[in-house]
Unconditional design. Structure first.
Ligand code: BTN
Length: 267
């Protein structure tokens, strides 16, 4: 049975950061994003972190359900008060994805990357995701879910083969506290870059992690479907796709790999 999260250890690890807590921890909640939003509406400070061992109403993008066996995932949300133009809020997805992928790669020693716009992946399988919900310009809630110790057959049937957990990547168990602190330390630094307008530095970090680049993809944009090669990240944080009809930059959408190749394909 997974142990309860040690919030003091988390708070120790966050000393000196802007995103330093407080930490609100519940074994079970509806959705950490909902809890964080409620706290933000009640004037909770930037850097407040809401963590749960399991969620009864956890959600992902496009209204999808975000499931997780109790204690086998890292599920948390952070309140941010970015003070940047509302039109720049989408960068919070980029910085959160880069932060989470960097932390997972560092602690597992494996090539964890991002899959634009919001997935954390290993060898094409989903390790986690980011859900940004904002009430701009007052606050944003960044929710991150990472699969930690779910066994390969512990995922719901429809995710088997497409989801992966850190335990499959690393011989050594990675304590959730370590991972959470590492993600938040990365996020704190990248968030600072965003607030000081250094999106070029965010992009160069993301470019190194982005698994779609150079790959043949399809992108679903509402009713339109684009096919081409994902060439680069755009200065806006979007994705540049070279199609037969020329270059297209997409700022949101579902992107699927057509003929995936991965540098590190065996877990
Ligand atoms: C996605 O891949 O679609 C995003 C998944 C985000 C899930 C996290 S878990 C913590 C936070 N609370 C939620 O209800 N969702 C996010």
């Amino acid at each position: 049975m997974p142990h309860l999260l040690n919030t003091n250890q988390v708070l120790d690890g966050l000393r000196g950061l802007r995103l330093h807590g407080p930490v609100v921890y519940n074994e079970v909640t509806g959705s950490t994003n909902d809890d964080a939003r409620q706290l933000a509406l009640e004037e909770a400070a930037e850097g407040t972190i809401v963590i749960a061992d399991s969620q009864t109403g956890g959600r992902g993008r496009h209204g999808r359900v975000w499931l997780g066996e109790p204690g086998h995932s890292l599920l948390f949300s952070v309140i941010l008060r970015p003070g940047i133009p509302t039109t720049e809020y989408h960068w919070l997805v980029n910085v959160s994805g880069v932060a989470a992928a960097t932390a997972c790669a560092a602690l597992s020693g494996r090539m964890v990357g991002t899959k634009w716009p919001n997935d954390i992946v290993f060898a094409g399988r989903k390790l986690g995701g980011v859900l940004l919900e904002a009430r701009a310009p007052e606050f944003a809630v960044v929710g991150i879910g990472l699969n930690i110790s779910t066994s390969a057959d512990g995922f719901p049937q429809e995710l088997q083969g497409t989801a992966v957990s850190l335990a499959e990547l690393s011989q050594d168990a990675i304590p959730r506290e370590h991972l959470l602190v590492r993600v938040l330390r990365e996020l704190d630094a990248l968030y600072g870059l965003l607030q000081t307008g250094q999106t070029d530095r965010i992009l160069s970090r993301q470019q190194q992690l982005e698994t779609l680049l150079g790959q043949q993809v399809t992108a679903q944009l509402g009713t339109e479907r684009l096919t081409g090669v994902a060439r680069a990240l755009a200065p806006t944080g979007g994705l540049i796709i070279d199609t037969a009809a020329g270059e297209r930059i997409i700022e949101t959408g579902e992107v699927t790999l057509l003929r995936p190749t991965y540098p590190e394909a065996s877990a």
